[in-house]
Design a protein around this ligand. Structure first.
Ligand SMILES: [Zn+2]
Ligand SMILES: [Zn+2]
Length: 223
């Protein structure tokens, strides 16, 4: 936390705003833990910059937390935007501070938020159908020290070493190759001893490849 580093006392506490989506958080916000920061990096392909600065929040909202956490587990859950909030140091605090200029209005027991539009903060870019969702690295173990994704062979070895030394929680389940077909098997059906793909579009999406229906050839495999 950087509250002691803050140079200004903003009208609204920066740590009541989500680092990822920029929205005001009405409840007690979860911390942007190192695990969630790793998920952020893998999801958006950028690092969460300037965490701990006086002009960025150190927390995220429950929607972003749940979205990133679920995505990391391999569930097909995605955030509603492709580019997260980008925070920049305000050039002039009085006219460029998102936290001061965003208005929280009280209406009886309800609050509404009127968000500021300032140069120091770029709002998230909503998800576009032309942008592919990021592929979850569920088959890899993230080396949290170096933030490096290992190839499957190495991560399996690392997982077994960690298990041997009791460094993994008892409920941690390590699965790699033995179950990898399950993500693809759902696009196939078996009828009268014939097995075929009945959702080519879905299969290509699973591969993370664009599907071009004009590109095809007849191929019969009788194995
Ligand atoms: Zn301020
Ligand atoms: Zn959020």
């Amino acid at each position: 936390m950087s509250s002691n580093k803050r140079q200004y006392k903003c009208k609204n506490n920066p740590n009541k705003f989500c680092y990822v989506c920029g929205e005001y958080i009405f409840v007690t916000p979860p911390n942007f833990t190192s695990t969630l920061q790793s998920a952020y990096r893998l999801y958006f392909y950028i690092s969460p910059e300037n965490l701990g600065e006086s002009w960025t929040p150190n927390v995220l909202c429950n929607t972003c937390k749940t979205g990133l956490t679920m995505w990391m587990t391999g569930a097909k859950r995605y955030l509603s935007f492709d580019v997260p909030t980008i925070w920049r140091q305000p050039m002039c605090h009085e006219v460029d501070c998102y936290f001061c200029l965003t208005k929280i209005k009280q209406h009886g027991r309800h609050k509404t938020v009127e968000y500021a539009h300032v140069n120091s903060m770029s709002k998230p870019v909503p998800h576009s159908l032309s942008v592919k969702y990021p592929v979850c690295p569920k088959k890899n173990i993230v080396n949290r020290q170096n933030q490096v994704i290992m190839p499957n062979e190495k991560s399996e070895l690392l997982a077994s070493r960690l298990q041997e030394r009791n460094l993994l929680k008892s409920q941690v389940k390590v699965t790699f190759y033995r179950s990898r077909q399950k993500y693809y098997a759902q696009y196939y059906i078996k009828k009268n001893n014939v097995c075929y793909c009945n959702d080519i579009y879905g299969l290509f999406k699973e591969f993370g490849e664009p599907y071009d229906p004009t590109e095809w050839r007849l191929f019969i495999d009788s194995n």
